[in-house]
Design a protein around this ligand. Structure first.
Ligand code: ASP
Ligand code: MG
Length: 413
């Protein structure tokens, strides 16, 4: 007998029939003698609808003004409340004792950053007692409670994070994330039909995959899984008995290829400042105001100065932050003293990821060679111990991902 957490995403609970199917999967775990907490997302499409309503209410649908984030959270958290209640009703109707738990009831304590709050703790004392008494706890994902009792939400895709945090909070032996794909793949199978499902992936690798664009899990959920060492599985609601991918410690992976997976992100924008003075303090003058404006600068390159006096500096951020970034730069034009500024959103980032990279020399070189052979120009490069990312023109993303997938011998036979 074990305590486990299960999580079901939006497509898994899209209608009452699917919720009934989910209930059978929960019931099966109960019949195996497990104590279960199950975390649910809103029914597919619900959250988008709620978000649209908040925009419409705030300013007739004009996307520029932002509604009060605290009220935004009250509205968008509602989708998960509905699913939690429906699943509890369904379980009870099947003879499985269950009750719903909203974020504030658990409680899932979060920071006060409404709209993208961070979970700070899941005490869950009463809920744990209920589970131990044999009642299934159906937890509304995506929501929590900010200091001062206001409802918060965790950012889009946040139910994954709720699930792992609940698993850690109740000391679950594992967290099973049921979704509409049967695991984590070497890359996006929609681009590379020969992508392979990974049996296992190290927490560190999954963290890079998620933050570099793979959409399977919210990045923060992987951070929490890694921090608390929660064995987390990704599996399909529709074919729960085949496949799956286990997130685990690096030591539990026997075969370490140089590259485990390839991620890409189209959500990139590039800004270049031309002819900024090449002297101490200039980077601080540029990146200080960007940080103050809440822009997350990702990749940076500073070119070699040709004349010894000025240099060009390029950096990237998300497309959503581009306008804010340009505004911050222009406001501080006097301090930065650039000659001109150019920008484009027609760029994308492609990354190779793998813990095996540490032990294999020449991994980056193969990436550059492969892209060169396809005539793809690399605009910016950034690396860490277990990943190499390149910025390229967006039109070449698919070509690049496919070529790299073959080059690192990831293609399925
Ligand atoms: N319902 C929320 C969203 O659509 C949270 C989630 O599904 O993980 O983003
Ligand atoms: Mg999701």
């Amino acid at each position: 007998m074990a305590t486990i957490a299960m999580k079901f995403g939006g497509t898994s609970v899209a209608d009452i029939e699917r919720i009934r199917h989910v209930a059978t999967l929960v019931k099966r775990e109960v019949e195996r003698g497990n104590q279960v907490a199950v975390v649910v997302s809103a029914m597919a499409g619900e959250t988008n609808k709620l978000v649209a309503w908040t925009n419409e209410a705030a300013h007739g649908g004009n996307n520029l003004a932002i509604p009060d984030q605290r009220e935004y959270d009250v509205v968008v958290a509602a989708g998960e409340q509905i699913t939690a209640g429906l699943l509890a009703i369904t379980l009870n109707a099947m003879g499985v004792k269950a009750r719903s738990w909203l974020g504030w009831q658990v409680p899932i304590n979060t920071s006060a950053v409404h709209g993208s709050a961070r979970i700070e703790g899941v005490p869950a004392t009463d809920m744990k007692r209920a589970i131990e008494n044999g009642e299934v706890a159906v937890v509304a994902g995506f929501q929590g409670v900010a200091p001062g009792t206001r409802i918060s939400t965790l950012g889009r895709g946040g139910s994954d994070t709720s699930a792992v945090a609940v698993a850690a909070g109740i000391g679950a032996a594992r967290c099973d994330i049921y979704t509409d794909v049967d695991g984590v793949y070497t890359t996006d199978p929609r681009i590379v039909p020969k992508a392979r499902r990974l049996e296992k992936i190290a927490y560190e690798e999954m963290l890079e995959m998620a933050s570099l664009g793979a959409k399977v899990l919210q990045t923060r959920s992987v951070e929490i899984a890694m921090l608390h060492r929660v064995p987390t599985r990704v599996l399909s609601t529709f074919t729960p008995d085949v496949g799956g991918t286990l997130l685990c410690d690096e030591e539990d992976i026997v075969e370490k290829k140089p590259v485990t997976g390839i991620a890409y992100s189209r959500d990139e924008a590039k800004i270049t400042l031309h002819k900024v003075p090449d002297r101490p303090g200039v980077s601080a003058a540029i990146f200080g105001p960007l940080a103050d404006a809440g822009v997350n600068v990702d990749m940076i390159v500073q070119n070699v100065s040709e004349d010894g006096e000025t240099t060009d500096l390029t950096f990237t951020c998300t497309r959503g932050e581009l306008t804010r970034a340009l505004a911050a730069i222009e406001t501080h034009a006097k301090d930065i003293q650039y000659r001109a500024v150019t920008h484009t959103a027609d760029v994308a980032k492609v990354s190779i990821i793998g813990i095996g990279m540490r032990a294999h020399p020449g991994v980056a070189q193969l990436m550059f060679r492969t892209l060169a052979d396809k005539g793809i120009n690399i605009e910016v490069i950034s690396t860490s111990e277990i990943k190499v990312s390149v910025l390229i023109a967006e039109e070449y993303v698919e070509l690049a991902v496919r070529a790299l997938h073959s080059a690192y011998e990831l293609d399925a036979a």
